[in-house]
Design a protein around this ligand. Structure first.
Ligand code: ZN
Length: 207
């Protein structure tokens, strides 16, 4: 287990600037920092997603000419970076001014746009506001990936796939998958041909 954790941490540390020079990786989850906000947010999201889906991840660069398009067009351009066998792509935005979307899903493109600036801001006793916000961005990304791969809304309040009713305390917003959703995600990803990191085969260069 210690080895596995160190592998996850090691592969999650790459920076966006290195994306184009990363060696070819196993098919997995692709992340793009369109404008990823705070320093380190994208690395943090990547690490969290990789660990919790036990799925290889890689960073892809922001494509040229994406910004002149409406969001659906941006999603199409971003989705072109998916390679055969990849699970899905999540692009992280940080737009407070010109848009009000929080998460946009394009299942047919296997692509989600997550706008960190519009992710729900909640308070939790003893947790700094910025830390809490970054946790909620991680939750939004976990949830977007779960939805894209076919997980259903979950009845467990602390599961990231749970849809809380509007009157439920903001304290109840989990970032992780509950065990049944985790099992289902594992099964779906294996059926897609992904070698899960916990099955003992971390992403490695080809050739
Ligand atoms: Zn669940």
């Amino acid at each position: 287990m210690a080895l596995l954790v160190s592998v996850c941490m090691g592969t999650a540390g790459a920076r966006a600037a290195d994306a184009e020079t990363e060696p070819a990786a196993e098919p997995g989850i692709v992340l793009v920092g369109v404008d990823p906000g705070e320093d380190g947010l994208l690395d943090r999201i990547r690490e969290f997603v990789e660990k919790n889906y036990s799925c290889p991840t890689r960073l892809a660069p922001v494509p040229a000419a994406w910004q002149d398009k409406p969001r659906s067009g941006q999603a199409e351009i971003l989705a072109a970076q998916l390679k055969p066998g990849d699970v899905c792509l999540v692009a992280v935005y940080d737009r407070a001014e010109d848009t009000d979307f929080s998460t946009d899903l394009y299942p047919e493109l296997r692509t989600a746009l997550v706008n960190a600036a519009r992710v729900e801001r909640i308070e939790k006793e003893g947790v700094p506001a910025e830390e809490m916000h970054e946790r909620m961005v991680e939750r939004a990304c976990m949830r977007a990936i779960g939805t894209l791969i076919g997980l259903e809304p979950c009845p467990w309040p602390r599961c990231c796939m749970h849809v809380p009713p509007p009157d439920v305390s903001h304290e109840v917003r989990g970032r992780n998958l509950c065990p049944p959703c985790q099992d289902k995600a594992d099964r779906i990803l294996r059926e897609k041909g992904v070698t899960l990191l916990k099955d003992g085969a971390p992403a490695k260069p080809e050739g």
